[in-house]
Design a protein around this ligand. Structure first.
Ligand code: HH2
Length: 272
């Protein structure tokens, strides 16, 4: 199945990899449109960093950051709003967002109230960003995350949300081993039948595995995980490096835009 690409657009001063780069409205909109030109299917606009240790942002400030960007991009591309606040989600939908990317996995009633055009992403997080990496524990991380997500997703469906995504929340209250287990057994989430979104782009565990300390140096690991997730059946990957990810997915035949290795008719020139 073709895997779609969600481009990350953080309108924050403190996001772990692109914080401070898109806080100016014209720069944010230009970057969103550039990701669309590179092949992004959805642009995910966020106004509050949820990196480990991040402090919460108040609602008025989060609205000020995200709403103008959502309004400017919505005529051009599907926009999701990355928020934990009902008021921000509601306002973003009014400005044209049609997907609520909810790292708190609790906002489905807002989405249900918005009507059938709006989808919902339920992401798993253990604890809160401020403390979640202190000592995360699970009986079996894959089983625990799966049952949490299925319970939330089924509640949302029963409550009237037709489009429900699930996301294991890589790095959100997870050790290195937890992240690896979730990716290694991603098929267990895919088998639920809910479309799976995976966000591993530039995250810390890639640095732990490859030694690439600055987040911007984690492109190779990010691409490898995107390809891995797509091959395992993820329906969408959330990434910072859209063009490179679209190319990588195209090569393995997971991109909606072309044939690739898995189609058995790769367009490689003969002899090359
Ligand atoms: N990761 C981040 C934020 N939102 N949403 C979903 N559905 N899945 C994710 O894995 C996910 C997410 C964290 O990454 P980023 O937005 O780049 O950084 P920050 O939280 O510092 O703004």
């Amino acid at each position: 199945m073709a895997t779609r690409v969600m481009g990350v657009l953080n309108v924050t001063p403190d996001s772990f990899s692109d914080g401070g780069r898109w806080t100016d409205l014209p720069a944010a909109v230009a970057h969103g449109l550039a990701m669309v030109a590179e092949g992004a299917h959805v642009i995910d606009v966020g106004g509050e960093s949820t990196r480990p240790g991040a402090e919460p942002v108040d609602e008025a400030e989060e609205r000020r950051r995200v709403l103008p960007v959502v309004a400017a991009l919505a005529p051009h591309v599907r926009v999701s709003v990355d928020t934990r606040k009902a008021g921000v989600a509601e306002a973003a939908v009014e400005e044209g967002a049609t997907l609520v990317n909810d790292v708190s996995a609790s906002l489905w009633p807002v989405v249900a109230a918005a009507g059938g055009e709006v989808g919902w992403v339920a992401m798993h997080m253990q604890g809160d960003p401020a403390t979640m990496q202190a000592d995360p524990r699970y009986d079996d991380v894959v089983v625990d995350v799966r049952s949490f997500l299925v319970e939330r997703a089924e509640a949302a469906r029963a409550g009237g949300v037709d489009e429900v995504w699930i996301d294991p929340g890589i790095g959100f209250g997870k050790t290195l081993d937890h992240n690896i287990d979730l990716l290694a057994r991603l098929g267990s989430l895919v088998a639920t039948g809910f479309p799976v979104l995976v966000g591993a782009s530039r995250k810390g565990f890639l640095g732990s595995l490859t030694g690439a300390a600055p987040a911007a140096d984690r492109l190779e690991g990010s691409l490898a995980v995107a390809v891995w997730a797509a091959t395992a059946g993820a329906a969408m990957v959330r990434v910072h490096d859209v063009g490179a990810t679209v190319d990588a997915l195209r090569l393995v035949g997971s991109s909606p835009t072309g044939p690739g290795l898995s189609s058995g008719r790769a367009d490689a020139k003969s002899g090359s």
